[in-house]
Write a protein that binds this ligand. Structure first.
Ligand code: PMT
Length: 410
């Protein structure tokens, strides 16, 4: 992919978000493994000193589409016009990745519409490599229907989104719109370049998120799974060039671009979706929090509230992982999970004996440090190749996902 060059080329776009100053940190993290050229939009260059970007990247920051170009004299032969040899245009054509970080609402709108009214938006039309964006903006802006629609258009076209994350925003508000951590963005870029094509030709099935079991037409039994762990694993497999089928229960997060997404609600639907593709899968990653029980008899109408208590009879759901293990072919690998509230190592070890996966990834779901929902997790991984479980210390789920996939290749 880097056509014989030592380091892959990243064209970094810095746009008008308060997070623009973090681009300096990002460049420093990208630099050890990539060659970086920076393009700043007019707004971006007002929010971070260009000198700081230049010092970090070691080269001049490009800001203008027309800098260095001269008006065309009538009669000039075509192809000899100065714009035809403007180096950044050439660079965009040969870049391995365009990374816009931070990406403002404005650049998302320009990309969605295909506008070319400044250097960065124009380069994005020239670029034939993947385009990634790391949005950063106020929560109200991020949730505005226009921004949502633009983001949807871009995702549909294959633009990869890194974040935004949820949390405290520069404006003082709290919510979605926070710039992803530079370390996190750099990890994704590094993983993409290092692992590109490593798993090409492999088909991976990932289950993620919760299942939802109806009680009546309005009520359900479910759990706190957000889907983040499973989606991170799907993304890590996509980074390696694998074909990924993501069977997911209902979540509020957006599945990674490039995965074939099968949306399910109940454990039985998840079971059927898994069964359908099982024969063609090389690796199963069962990260979903599947409901162990469903309501035996789902009420057809809303159950009326009374002063008396309500007793529900529950029926065990099929164990999807158990079935996968039972029917697995010799060369199919299986990663199972174990979610425990107490005695993690002991309980997970017993689960592993009952469900002898290639890897069993155990995590705690009780108390303040629950594996559910957060961006980080701590894992204890049991491997058939190791005599003792391996502790993967608290880290971003995306980073843990990379580590888990590394262990599969051991
Ligand atoms: O989604 P997040 O918010 O990021 O949270 C991540 C997570 C906590 C959901 C994830 O890390 C995790 O632990 N997933 C498995 C949760 C679970 O159901 O664990 P379990 O110990 O109950 O089940 C053991 C294994 O059997 C799991 O691989 C599970 O997918 C599978 N299973 C369970 C029940 C069932 N009926 N069928 C199954 O296949």
């Amino acid at each position: 992919m880097t056509q014989g060059r030592k380091k892959p080329r990243v064209l970094l776009g810095v746009t008008g978000s308060v997070a623009a100053y973090k681009a300096v940190d990002l460049i420093q993290r990208l630099k050890p493994f990539s060659e970086i050229k920076v393009v700043a939009t007019e707004a971006g260059s007002k929010l971070v000193p260009l000198k700081a970007l230049e010092k970090a990247s070691g080269s001049k920051v490009w800001t203008s589409l027309f800098k260095g170009a001269t008006p065309i004299a009538p009669g000039t032969p075509s192809g000899s016009h100065p714009l035809a040899v403007v180096p950044h245009i050439e660079y965009a054509k040969s870049a391995d990745l365009v990374l816009i970080a931070p990406a403002s609402a404005d650049i998302l709108a320009k990309l969605a519409l295909g506008l070319a009214n400044d250097l960065l938006s124009t380069l994005c039309l020239y670029a034939t490599c993947p385009i990634w964006v790391a949005p950063a903006m106020n929560v109200k802006m991020w949730n505005h229907p226009a921004v949502k629609q633009n983001a949807g258009v871009l995702r549909y076209r294959g633009v990869r989104f890194l974040g935004p994350e949820s949390g405290h925003l520069a404006c003082g508000e709290v919510g979605d719109g926070r710039f992803a951590e530079p370390a996190e963005i750099a990890l994704q870029v590094q993983s993409y370049f290092e692992n590109f094509d490593r798993w090409a030709g492999r088909k991976i099935l990932v289950t993620a998120g919760p299942t939802v079991e109806p009680i009546d037409p309005v009520r359900v039994i479910s759990n706190h799974s957000s889907g983040k762990m499973g989606y991170a694993l799907a993304q890590a497999a996509l980074n390696r060039g694998a074909e990924v089928v993501l069977v997911t229960g209902p979540t509020r997060i957006i599945p990674p671009v490039g995965a074939e997404v099968v949306a399910v609600k109940t454990a039985e639907e998840m079971r059927q979706a898994v069964k359908k593709v099982s024969a063609h899968v090389d690796l199963f990653i069962m990260a979903a929090a599947v409901a162990d029980y469903r309501v035996t008899s789902v009420a057809k109408s809303k159950i009326k509230k009374t002063d008396k208590g309500l007793t529900l009879q529950l029926t065990p759901n099929a164990d999807i992982l158990g079935e996968v293990l039972k029917n697995r072919k010799k060369d199919q690998k299986v990663i199972g999970f174990a979610a425990e509230t107490d005695h993690l190592e002991k309980n997970a070890s017993e689960k592993w004996k009952r469900k002898p996966c290639d890897l069993l990834v155990a995590n705690s779901v009780g108390g303040q440090n629950s594996a559910f929902n957060g961006d980080r997790n701590e894992l204890l991984v049991f491997s058939q190749k190791r005599s003792k479980p391996v502790l993967l210390k608290k880290d971003y789920k995306s980073r843990l996902a990379e580590q888990i996939l590394e262990m599969i290749d051991e």
